[in-house]
Design a protein around this ligand. Structure first.
Ligand SMILES: Cc1cc2nc3c(=O)[nH]c(=O)nc-3n(C[C@H](O)[C@H](O)[C@H](O)COP(=O)(O)OP(=O)(O)OC[C@H]3O[C@@H](n4cnc5c(N)ncnc54)[C@H](O)[C@@H]3O)c2cc1C
Length: 114
């Protein structure tokens, strides 16, 4: 069946675009060259900017429900030399660590289904 929009790639960008288009009643077709999901953790920490985008479309709660709040992080190099530190921005979303794989996919699936 023909669609108004073709989205190439079922990564986070493509899935988000597909969910948003569906939410606004636009018929889209999503294609992916890989036969199945990769098995790597590629978003152990979800950045504050990403959380703000999810919040802007009302999709944040399931991610927060599945997440641990990271208040600060320190980065160490060879010899335990401290390379830097991060803490959450007071005016924005704090950094969140989301458990890998299944729970994040469930949050995205619930969003796509709603
Ligand atoms: C090891 C690793 C760890 C990471 N950790 C984090 C993290 O902790 N926090 C974080 O925020 N980000 C992390 N990232 C980055 C994050 O994974 C990317 O920013 C995110 O995946 C980008 O999403 P995307 O949809 O733009 O692209 P991609 O995830 O690359 O998705 C693109 C999709 O398009 C498909 N595709 C490409 N070309 C075609 C084609 N011609 N036809 C059909 N399909 C096609 C690909 O197969 C792929 O599935 C990590 C990345 C890696 C590799």
């Amino acid at each position: 069946m023909p669609s108004d929009v073709l989205i190439i790639g079922a990564g986070p960008s493509g899935l988000f675009a597909a969910a948003e288009l569906a939410r606004h009643g636009v018929d889209a077709r999503l294609i992916e060259r890989e036969a199945g999901p990769h098995r790597e953790a590629r978003a152990t920490a979800i950045q504050p900017g990403t959380l703000e985008i999810l919040d802007s479309v009302g999709a944040l709660p399931p991610f927060l429900d599945a997440a641990e709040h990271v208040r600060c992080a320190r980065l160490y190099g060879p010899g335990m030399a401290e390379l830097g530190a991060m803490s959450h921005h007071p005016g924005g979303q704090p950094l969140r660590r989301v458990p890998c794989g299944p729970r994040r996919r469930q949050a995205l699936s619930r969003r796509s289904a709603s």
